[in-house]
Design a protein around this ligand. Structure first.
Ligand code: ASP
Length: 601
């Protein structure tokens, strides 16, 4: 028999009880976390959002409550009336460990089926099961902490930006294609058959229009949608801190974001100093082989192509060779070296060349190709000391206008940094990456494409090269990087219509195409657009890093799988023929002959 909640009022959170609450009469409500029946005494760990409290049911003192407690099972929902007592022997493992509650009355508010996994700090259930039963998974203390931290992060962002004079303004979810260059999620219009809204990949155009509207400082914690290829650290819908300012110097945008990040990190007790360092894009690639370098450790790259040059033909390598020094790895076993080789191949290397530097001398399979003098020179050039292993690699594939060896070596650097425990996990290393090229070469499209998006400003001196030598144009874009992750990117924008039109042309859009896609924006630009710029940061990623989690899914209440599915709500799902009819849509037969959308709703 279930009891009604009636007029019963909760007095405390279970997890908030402390020794100072001793002798108080309390009413607690929550879920049965665990039950131990010792006959005379029944112990219940009662769980709510704040944590766990121990409840004791004593057969002799309160027989009625004790009798009811015999029926309790995991995840039953109960209310307990009782008195807080100091425990004779405390439990230092839990925050409420100094006290327990002697139950006088028990109200059974609801029962529960046996859950598919125990609601514990760590679960062993597969991620698929966890996501299918997300409501149970979210009951875990760890998830509660993550969700609460995320709330605090967002709140701190809002407070900081409000103090800096930014207005939070919402922009449409049902809109048209935006320029981030991913695939759109489309929403068919019922009223206008054959026409579609696109869910925004970002509020980019709207926030620029807000600057044209004189809003001066805008921000939004906003959901963005990109139908991109599946990758472990991506969600089809994700949350950005999106921001735009009028009349800004680059430094003004950096200042605002640095203040936000400083205050957000203070939430987990981390002090970061400002200003963040700035590194030029080319420099960061050359030194770390990545435009999102993990600056928590050194191990910088050395271009050693010259030393390898005489053996180019015998070693069959193309392009450049980069080397890093792995401190203390001269003792690595055959197996470790094989694993390194496997990893390097998966990272796009033709193979790795390793050189052991020991007090006895230098040894390497390369000796027959390069000779011992070259190996000595190599060790000198890269600054290897006895005990170190030099790891060098060339890229398997060459890409026009791109030094692929840098990217390969950058990944090897990260692999070695992890394996050798060189990454100081207590560090929070921010950097602004600037000086990007405006365009990048798209190997698949065989043409120049925007390195960021087509509204990114162009360094004034390079304007005259826009038509003649686009690859030499520098952009006014920047990225914010933290511990090897790109937190986000932004730019000072193009604010002149004539330049924007030239930009579209440089990207190969005809006037007609530009008008068709962005005509309203080109028009808006002609009505007095102030110089403006902004940035967008990934809120999910920030929350993930601060929570110390490895997956974005751990900091999103209802995430999607890497296959873009919501396993709990079972989305995406077919819709009924009547709904499709209303939208004027028919579904093409798939190869298997079964139409998606055939099922009845
Ligand atoms: N809209 C851009 C993005 O989502 C960020 C920006 O330029 O502000 O990447």
């Amino acid at each position: 028999m279930l009891d009604a909640l009636g007029n019963l009022k909760r007095t405390n959170y279970c997890g908030a009880l402390r020794a100072t609450d001793a002798d108080k009469d309390v009413v607690l409500m929550g879920w049965v976390h665990r039950r131990r029946d010792l006959g005379q005494l029944i112990f219940i760990d009662l769980r709510d959002r704040a944590g766990i409290a121990q409840i004791v049911f004593n057969k002799e003192l309160h027989p009625e409550a004790h009798k009811k407690a015999e029926e309790l099972r995991s995840e039953f929902v109960i209310a307990v009336e009782g008195r807080v007592l100091r425990r004779q022997k405390g439990n230092p493992e839990i925050a409420t460990g100094e006290v327990e509650v002697m139950a006088t009355r028990l109200h059974l508010l609801n029962n529960a089926k046996t859950p598919p996994f125990q609601v514990e700090e760590e679960v062993t259930a597969s991620e698929e099961t966890r996501l299918r039963y997300r409501y149970l998974d979210l009951r875990r203390p760890r998830q509660h902490r993550n969700i609460e931290l995320r709330h605090q992060i967002v709140l701190e962002i809002r407070k900081t930006l409000d103090e800096l004079g930014f207005l939070e303004i919402e922009t449409p979810m049902l809109t048209r294609s935006t320029p981030e260059g991913a695939r759109d999620y489309l929403v068919p219009s019922r009223i206008h058959h054959g026409q579609f809204y696109a869910l925004p990949q970002s509020p980019q155009i709207f926030k620029q229009i807000l600057m044209i509207s004189g809003m001066d400082r805008y921000f939004q914690i906003v959901r963005c949608f990109r139908d991109e290829d599946l990758r472990a650290d991506r969600q089809p819908e994700f949350t950005q801190l999106d921001l735009e300012m009028s009349f800004p110097r680059q430094q003004d945008i950096f200042d605002a974001i640095e203040q936000v990040m400083q205050r957000v990190l203070a939430l987990i007790g981390v002090k970061v100093s400002r200003p963040f360092r700035h590194i030029d894009y080319r420099e960061v690639l050359r030194r770390y082989g990545s435009d999102k370098p993990d600056l928590r450790f050194g191990m910088e790259l050395h271009n050693v192509t010259q030393i390898f040059e005489p053996a180019r033909a015998t070693l069959h390598f193309e392009g450049n060779i980069q080397a890093v020094v792995a401190p203390g790895a001269a003792t690595w076993s055959r197996k470790q070296l094989d694993e390194l080789g496997e990893f390097a191949k998966s990272a796009g290397a033709r193979g790795v060349y390793t050189v052991k530097v020991t007090s006895e001398g230098i040894s390497s399979p390369l000796e027959k190709n390069l000779g011992s003098d070259a190996l000595k020179k190599l060790a000198e050039t890269v600054g290897a000391k006895p005990g170190d292993l030099i790891v060098a690699a060339a890229a398997k594939d060459q890409v026009q206008h791109n030094d692929t060896s840098l990217n390969v070596a950058g990944q090897i650097r990260l692999y070695l940094g992890n394996k050798l425990n060189l990454i100081d996990r207590t560090k929070w290393e921010f950097a602004w990456i600037t000086g990007f090229a405006l365009f990048e070469w798209s190997e698949s499209d065989k043409r120049w494409v925007s390195a960021q998006h087509p509204f990114t400003g162009i360094v004034e001196e390079d304007l005259n090269k826009l038509e003649t030598a686009p690859w030499e144009c520098r952009s006014k874009g920047y990225d914010l990087v933290l511990n090897g992750y790109e937190l986000g990117s932004g730019s000072i924008r193009i604010h002149r219509q004539d330049i924007q039109a030239r930009m579209f042309k440089a990207l190969g859009l005809t006037d007609e195409q530009a008008r068709q896609r962005f005509g309203f924006f080109l028009d808006a630009l002609t009505y007095g657009t102030p110089p403006h710029g902004g940035i967008a940061l990934g809120v999910d990623r920030i929350a993930m890093l601060l929570a110390g989690e490895k997956s974005l899914r751990e900091v999103i209440a209802f995430p999607k799988t890497t296959a873009a599915q919501d396993l709990m709500a079972d989305a995406p799902a077919p819709v009924g023929a009547d709904q499709l009819d209303e939208l004027g849509i028919s579904i093409k037969k798939s190869e298997k002959g079964k139409a998606v959308g055939d099922d009845k709703a």
